[in-house]
Design a protein around this ligand. Structure first.
Ligand SMILES: *[C@@H]1O[C@H](CO)[C@@H](O)[C@H](O)[C@H]1NC(C)=O
Ligand SMILES: *[C@@H]1O[C@H](CO)[C@@H](O)[C@H](O)[C@H]1NC(C)=O
Length: 552
């Protein structure tokens, strides 16, 4: 959902949050009047350096609802402001930061009135896909928890790669620089408005936002005391190649191997039939997808007997070949593994990815970054040879695949990575693979790595948000999705506050609690274990309750 923007209004339609809990109460207090005044003055008084210009400074009262508000850039999907509701009075600052003579970053900074009494924390939130769009719902989520929250347009507006064309400085902002300048601006703004130095500095993001978090962990470990990186789009160049090849394998309606949405449902059922019981519970959720090796030939039509999809809901040889390619790693023309297979059970999310975005991300990357040629066409120009061209350029280290986290370790800063095991946009196997790659490269067994880098597979979570299991963990891209009766587990801040407890109290998270509302309207809850431990059913009890599972 975040890597490739989608029309998420489908997801949130018709679900209304309870209004009462957000209503402001009574006339503004003296403190509040003073805060309003100082906020309004920022426009004149906040001049951190000659690169930074304040565009807007305004007081935002508690209860303000930014869903579909004009703050969202017209080139950005309304998804990024869905559910953006201010739970406390706050000051909004919008600044323009020049990063070179040909580039600039727009940052939105939300400073909640409660900041001084809630730990004086600052957080930067990330972006998605190739955008260009401020994650407003993540900003309001973090500001409700007391953080001064910063989000940027990542150096360009909108959701496409067009602004990259012949503008390397804009690519540099996208690869890492906006993260740095946005965070600096947020720290200075908090210091200026509240007259206190910030305490700990955090980051959270998912998809491209997850890649941005890993970029900071790899190359700028001083920037953040704690990083929460979800569904990271790292190994970025190979991810782009994999997206293109996956589309060629099963996503292109013109190809004989194309799998339709309806057919994906049958493929998903086959995966569940063969693999759901591996973890001991038949609940539609795979706890250990690595053990799942589906045999798609079970779906093959009896071609001699003239069976077809229409007559027997079976698939052709070409389609089975396509599936076997997608559930195997992407291999380069030179025989190297570029990208891991799709994790089984993510097929429904993959079907959505293919239908929604097709090969647009790879097309934009070829057109506006690799070749500077807007006429590049997926249908005629994509091949595994073309992938070599793409891989030969790693502008500003965007691949984000450095396994050496020794500077992060030295800084004593903390990294939590997580990945939805039903993610069809970015295979979660890439995150298992990165964790193991770091482990081998640094020569650190999990026990030692876990002192500063923990990885949590979140079973039943699709790409960043949504899913069939206990997917809601209170992380980036999730606060915009409403549940009937309100968001679960926002009281203690979910995975973000798990990170805070690790950084500030030294209490390292053993599990991340996920919640959701099940298909029958029941509360679903599961404590997701840190890799390489796995959620393991104890053999009895309601699988929707955390007590029925252990980490083993
Ligand atoms: C916020 O605004 C959206 C769109 O106008 C609306 O659907 C939603 O119910 C509002 N939420 C609250 C809590 O007011
Ligand atoms: C594309 O443009 C950039 C910036 O102008 C340049 O650095 C790069 O070499 C160009 N690539 C090609 C293949 O022409």
């Amino acid at each position: 959902m975040r890597l490739f923007s989608t029309n998420a209004s489908v997801l949130i339609a018709a679900i209304v949050l309870p209004l009462a809990s957000y209503a402001s109460s009574g006339p503004p207090s003296h403190a509040s009047r003073d805060f309003r005044q100082r906020c309004a003055n920022l426009r004149r008084t906040f001049k951190p350096d000659r690169h930074t210009k304040v565009l807007v400074s305004e007081f935002i009262p508690q209860g303000t609802n930014w869903t579909n508000a004009p703050v969202t850039h017209p080139l950005c999907n309304a998804y990024y402001s869905s559910g953006a509701i201010f739970k406390v009075d706050a000051c909004r600052l919008r600044v323009d930061i020049s990063t070179s003579s040909t580039s600039n970053v727009i940052a939105e900074i939300i400073l909640p009135i409660t900041w001084k009494d809630t730990g004086k924390r600052v957080i930067t939130v990330g972006n998605g896909g190739l955008n260009g769009c401020v994650a407003y719902s993540d900003l309001t989520y973090a500001s409700a928890l007391g953080f001064t929250a910063v989000g940027t347009n990542n150096g360009h507006d909108g959701e496409t790669g067009k602004p990259f064309l012949n503008r390397p400085e804009v690519i540099k902002d996208f690869a890492y620089r906006s993260l740095i300048v946005g965070t600096e601006a947020g720290k200075k703004a908090a210091n200026h408005l509240f007259g206190r130095s910030p305490g700990k500095i955090y980051y959270m993001g998912c998809s491209t936002g997850g890649r941005q978090g890993l970029k900071a962990a790899q190359d700028f470990p001083e920037l953040f005391d704690g990083i929460l990186a979800g569904a990271p789009a790292n190994n970025f160049l190979n991810l782009v190649a994999n997206g293109a090849q996956t589309y060629a394998n099963i996503g292109n309606p013109a190809a004989a191997s194309y799998i339709s949405l309806e057919q994906w449902d049958v493929v998903h059922q086959l995966v569940l039939d063969q693999c759901d019981r591996i973890d001991g519970v038949s609940d539609g959720i795979l706890e250990d997808p690595m053990k799942c090796r589906p045999r798609f030939e079970d779906l093959l039509c009896d071609q001699e007997a003239g069976q077809t999809w229409a007559s027997h809901k079976c698939l052709t040889t070409a389609q089975i070949d396509g599936l076997n390619r997608v559930y195997g790693p992407l291999i380069s023309v030179k025989g190297e593994i570029l990208y891991p297979r799709l994790n089984p059970s993510a097929e429904v999310d993959l079907a959505r990815a293919m239908a929604l975005i097709g090969p647009t991300l790879s097309t934009d990357w070829f057109r506006y970054v690799v070749l500077n040629d807007s006429s590049w066409d997926f249908n005629t120009d994509w091949s595994l040879e073309a992938a070599e061209l793409l891989r030969a350029q790693d502008p500003f280290g965007i691949s984000t695949w450095n396994p050496d986290l020794s500077n992060l370790r030295r800084s004593k800063h903390k990294l939590i990575a997580y990945h939805g095991v039903q993610d069809g946009f970015i295979s979660s196997e890439n995150s298992y693979r990165y964790y193991n790659y770091v482990s081998r490269s640094m020569g650190l067994p999990a026990r030692k790595l876990d002192e500063f880098y923990r990885f949590f597979p979140i079973t039943g979570l699709k790409h960043c948000t949504g899913g069939d299991g206990a997917w809601y963990i209170g992380a980036a891209g999730q606060p915009g999705v409403a549940f009937p009766g309100g968001l679960p587990r926002t009281d203690d801040g979910g995975a973000l506050m798990d990170l805070v407890r690790w950084v500030e109290k030294g209490i390292a998270p053993e599990r991340i609690r996920g919640t959701s509302i099940g298909r029958q309207g029941q509360q679903v809850m599961r404590d997701h274990c840190r890799y390489p431990l796995k959620n393991t059913y104890v053999g009895r009890g309601d699988p929707n309750r955390p007590g029925s599972w252990k980490c083993a």
